[in-house]
Design a protein around this ligand. Sequence first.
Ligand code: SF4
Length: 315
Amino acid sequence: MKIAVSGCLLGEKVRFDSGHKRDDFVMDELSRYAEYISFCPENMAFSNPRPSIRLVKNANESLKVESNKTGADLSAALHEASLLDLQNIASHELRGIIFKSKSPSCGLMSAKVYLENGFAEGKDDGVFAAMCRAKFPLLPMEEEGRLCDAWLRENFVMQLFAYDGFEKFKANADMKGLVAFHTANKFMLQSKDETLYRELGKIVGNHEQKSFTQIFGEYEFLFKTAIAKKSSKGKTRNVLEHMSGFVKSFLNAEEKAMLHEQIDDYAAQIIPLIVPLSTLKLYASKYGVNYLLEQTFLSPYPKELALRSSVKCVK
Ligand code: SF4
């Protein structure tokens, strides 16, 4: 799958000081499953080395780009280069974008904004990140800084692969396929947003007898919106409990108790998610519970990424 990435994260020496910000997760792990499309609007506009720049809020509340060295207004040049980079990445079938955090070009709500008097005034999207957000409103996007958090990283990678799965399915989609797709994604969607999952179910139910083209468009929008939501420990616990309901009739009292203890220990952040999931998978496989085995939530991305082996969680 193709992912657009800030060039400096790929180890390219494109920063203002001719350095880079190579990111180990991007380069050593995710790269095994992705083809990267590099961008760097600042390097395209100003080459390197170059004076650093910053975002400045005018009296009329609009943002401009200023040279930290001379105070010159560089907005037009950066805007033009950003448009060219945008055009380039848009020519690929992207599955996501990874931005360098805190940059006045690439930061995703993390670029510092200054007032004309020099005081800092909150944070905003960098110039290029804002253009990407407008151009690709449903595309998975994240900053490398946030990907250091194990839970956010897992959420983002799950979103990338779910998005990719949808695009692959879309190529030959029909009504029967949509029902099967929705069924296979049930627990993944519930782990993201129960309400949106139910809304998606209503779309697939199609009680208003809409055309397939219409319901497919509605489904796509809501599916991509749902997978962009962050999961939580509570939502994931509910999903695990729900899944255990599909195997419990096959288990003896001791096995049931062990499974529930694992789910409790996961919720208490004593053991990682991979433990109760592996147990559920084992029982589903042993007792032929195909409904569970076909759930994308059991294997949402290549297991080698080992993103469910951390006990850290944001909520
Ligand atoms: S943060 Fe963006 S603009 Fe800055 S060096 Fe990296 S890719 Fe280029």
